[in-house]
Design a protein around this ligand. Structure first.
Ligand code: TLP
Length: 354
């Protein structure tokens, strides 16, 4: 049977043995009543790690972001987002449907908005215009390649919003990837913003769940929003137990995923018909563009037949994501399989994994 290398997303990571043991042994209670001791431990630990007063366990990153938007804004306000951000592109317009918010996309080449660009987008006090109510950042930036915002960039962007009197929310679904790639404490990336959502269920390998962190007041409001959205869970300490393992045991190993993504990007470089921007491979993602008439869907189907699974980003664009379930040998297998599709010679003898 052809082996399948799972590169569609780091959401495909499976829980570790240590997570399964912790889940089986977890002490639990009714979390809607705020009585689950394992969730309390997770929320305290998560808040401490990202340097915020409090945090909230939510079922998904999408719900965490929506709770944040609802807690920070009033209906009719405008929210500044990057043009390819997950909130704008992939959250089913929840901000507009549920929050009555207008999302204003700002275009960038690499996911890193410029302070001046944000300043210029802030609305004037004018009866015709929706007031600007929030700035959203994304780190790492998924659809721009898994690119990182540095602490200094986060600080400069946040200062623009704060000077104008509105808060900043960070979609940090993969903010630990950014911290590991930049070699900094994650608090440098979360300190300047008012709230941060990060996912336990992606590279950190927990089966379910994300965290939303911020001030005590903000988390109190978000708890209400989570209930409104149907995200009040009961004995979810079984899930929080896996989340605690994710935070304690899974952060440092993200560096392996980053090394594997680079190896993948380098191995696929130069094939006729697909273009990879290696400069954008900063963390665990590799994006490529097929050359018309080859569409991403057709390329993905051919890769699947060759045992390599990847994800479609747009008509011609595809994405590969490395994670704990993909070893260096799987990366090498994927490189050779894709190169064969293009009739390209095998790569030089493969290096040992670092
Ligand atoms: N991203 C998923 C898909 O939805 C695209 C993936 O496979 O990458 N923010 C960012 C930056 C994300 O990448 C994602 C998920 C989310 C938020 C939402 O998280 P979930 O899937 O837990 O709702």
């Amino acid at each position: 049977m052809t082996p399948l290398v799972e590169l569609r997303s780091d959401t495909f990571t499976l829980p570790t043995e240590s997570m399964r043991r912790a889940m089986a042994a977890a002490e639990v209670g009714d979390d809607v009543w705020d009585e689950d001791p394992t969730i309390h431990r997770l929320q305290e630990r998560a808040a401490e790690m990202v340097g915020k007063e409090a945090s909230l366990f939510v079922p998904s990153g999408t719900m965490g972001n929506l709770c944040a938007l609802l807690s920070h804004t009033e209906p009719g306000e405008e929210v500044l987002v990057e043009g390819e951000s997950h909130i704008f592109h992939s959250e089913v317009a929840g901000a507009s449907v549920v929050g009555g918010l207008q999302l204003r996309p700002l275009e960038t080449p690499d996911g890193r908005m410029q302070p001046e660009q944000v300043r210029a987008a802030i609305r004037e006090p004018d009866i015709h215009q929706p007031p600007t109510g929030l700035l959203c950042l994304e780190n790492t930036h998924n659809r721009r390649g898994g690119t990182c915002l540095s602490g200094a960039q986060t600080e400069a962007l946040s200062a623009v919003a704060h000077d104008a009197g509105f808060p900043v929310h960070l979609d940090g679904a993969r903010v630990f990837n950014a911290a590991v790639a930049l070699g900094v404490d994650v608090r440098q990336l979360t300190g300047p913003v008012d709230s941060v959502m990060f996912c336990l269920s992606k590279g950190l390998s927990a089966p379910v769940g994300s965290m939303l962190a911020g001030s005590r007041d903000f988390i109190e409001r978000s708890r209400r929003m989570r209930k409104m959205l149907g995200g009040g869970m009961r004995q979810a300490g079984v899930l929080a137990a896996a989340g605690l393992c994710a935070l304690e045991e899974m952060v440092d190993r993200l560096a392996d995923d980053h090394r594997n993504a680079r190896r993948l990007g380098e191995g696929l470089q130069g094939l006729p018909g697909i273009a990879i921007d290696l400069a954008r491979v900063e963390t665990n993602m590799v994006f490529g563009d097929c050359q018309p008439p080859l569409t991403a869907a057709a390329f993905i189907e051919r890769c699947r037949e060759a045992g390599v699974l990847l994800d479609q980003a747009s008509l011609y664009r595809w994405r590969m994501v490395t994670h704990r379930g993909v070893a260096a040998a799987d990366v090498d297998y994927a490189i050779e399989a894709v190169r064969r599709l293009f009739g390209a010679p095998a790569t030089a003898p493969l290096r040992a994994t670092g």
